[in-house]
Design a protein around this ligand. Structure first.
Ligand SMILES: Cc1cc2nc3c(=O)[nH]c(=O)nc-3n(C[C@H](O)[C@H](O)[C@H](O)COP(=O)(O)OP(=O)(O)OC[C@H]3O[C@@H](n4cnc5c(N)ncnc54)[C@H](O)[C@@H]3O)c2cc1C
Length: 359
């Protein structure tokens, strides 16, 4: 089957795949991975591409000249592990936001602040998905993977996943080898059997809920509030709204060792350890959106003929206005990176995975 990968990405961008497989069962995924072993003795190269919801991918206009496997497995299982906690395992192809809604509907809390994020469950541990003060790392107990290097299924604990801000051992392995070493088969979460949310940690969310930071409210209320905040920023996928033809935030928030490296006015946030929640001393995070705005790029900024632009609702999202090519998005991204670097001496790092293209 040959198809344009644009059909599978929220950017609506990407040329054809050499071969496209849809993995609807766990056996199909494992067989595909066994048929595509990873050998580090060969020159590392992107030899396969796994796609979940395609919401964190920028694929080249020329497509991907190797096998693509779309993860489409479904299924959720639950076991009560204590008086207060339930262990929930979801297959990788489950839709993330539907899964969050399902857990809340079962009276389980923890994932509410991560409502409205597009994509699949299986992709969430890869970049330690986070929003509104919560990261999946806090709730994940283990991840079941097929390790293409070892040729076997493995269970990686939260500690082995070495989560960091928008990263994990899974992502670092991919960056090291230039291709996916691990196929995520399922993800296991420990959630609270409680109608109450985790303490609200994000100032804008607290204000929208009219509570103090640290207070809990009904978890379903957090979900409603987060989705409405996200929608106002174009951060809920809506095919009719070009502000959402994106990969969400295009750049990660820079982290520096010396706060003096940051412009005096730039916001400063502590960097926390995703598992313990404790502050990592000596590291400071700033806002990529602030840097972009203060380097002179406002909402809606575009280059060339305007086929790609910054979202009209949020400077951190690069968007396809309907007729863009991947090259248009790359040109826009390069302009923003160069502008921020010239003004502040900080090189922004892209968040999405680039396939057969680069900045
Ligand atoms: C409007 C919008 C808002 C967003 N908001 C947020 C946000 O608030 N916070 C946030 O963290 N992210 C956000 N994102 C980014 C994105 O939704 C997340 O990173 C999401 O987890 C990606 O899931 P996916 O299934 O779409 O992954 P894909 O885009 O399909 O893939 C992303 C990467 O993961 C790999 N991958 C996917 N599934 C598997 C698997 N099962 N096994 C191995 N590798 C796999 C792919 O090969 C690729 O490298 C947003 C994106 C959009 C479009």
């Amino acid at each position: 089957m040959t198809k344009d990968l644009a059909e599978f990405t929220t950017f609506h961008l990407g040329g054809p795949a050499a071969k496209l497989h849809i993995g609807e069962t766990r056996d199909e995924l494992v067989d595909f991975s066994r048929d595509h072993p990873l050998s580090l003795s060969a020159q590392p190269a992107a030899d396969v591409l796994f796609i979940g919801g395609g919401s964190n991918l920028l694929v080249s206009d020329s497509g991907f000249d190797a096998d693509v496997c779309v993860i489409a497995t479904k299924g959720v299982t639950m076991t009560d592990t204590s008086e207060t906690e339930t262990r929930v395992t979801a297959e990788a192809g489950e839709n993330w936001d539907e899964f969050v809604a399902f857990t809340l509907g079962c009276g389980l809390s923890g994932l509410e602040a991560l409502s409205g994020i597009p994509g699949s469950v299986g992709a969430t541990p890869i970049q330690n998905v986070g929003a509104y003060g919560t990261e999946v790392a806090e709730l994940i107990t283990s991840v079941e993977v097929f390790d293409r290097l070892a040729g076997q299924i493995r269970h990686l604990s939260a500690v082995e996943l070495e989560f960091g801000y928008r990263t994990s051992a899974l992502k670092r392995a991919q960056q090291r080898t230039g291709t996916a070493q691990y196929l995520v088969l399922s993800v296991t979460f420990d959630l609270n059997r409680s109608p109450d949310s985790l303490p609200v940690r994000y100032a804008q969310l607290a204000s929208a809920l009219d509570v103090e930071i640290g207070e809990s409210v009904p978890a379903t209320l957090v979900r409603t509030s987060v989705i409405s905040l996200r929608r106002s920023k174009g951060m809920v996928v809506d095919p009719g709204d070009h502000d959402t033809w994106s990969a969400g935030s295009f750049f990660t928030n820079p982290i520096v060792d010396d706060p003096a490296e940051l412009p005096a006015e730039a916001p400063r946030y502590p960097v926390t350890d995703p598992l313990s929640g404790s502050t990592i001393e000596g590291r400071t995070k700033t806002s990529a959106a602030w840097l972009i705005e203060h380097a002179g790029f406002s909402k809606g900024f575009s280059v060339g003929e305007g086929r790609a632009s910054l979202s009209t609702k949020h400077t951190l999202a690069l968007t396809n206005r309907g007729q863009a090519a991947t090259e248009d998005v790359l040109e826009l991204a390069r302009t923003v990176v160069d502008g921020v670097n010239e003004k502040f001496g900080i090189v922004l790092e892209p968040e999405p995975t680039f396939i057969a293209c680069s900045l």
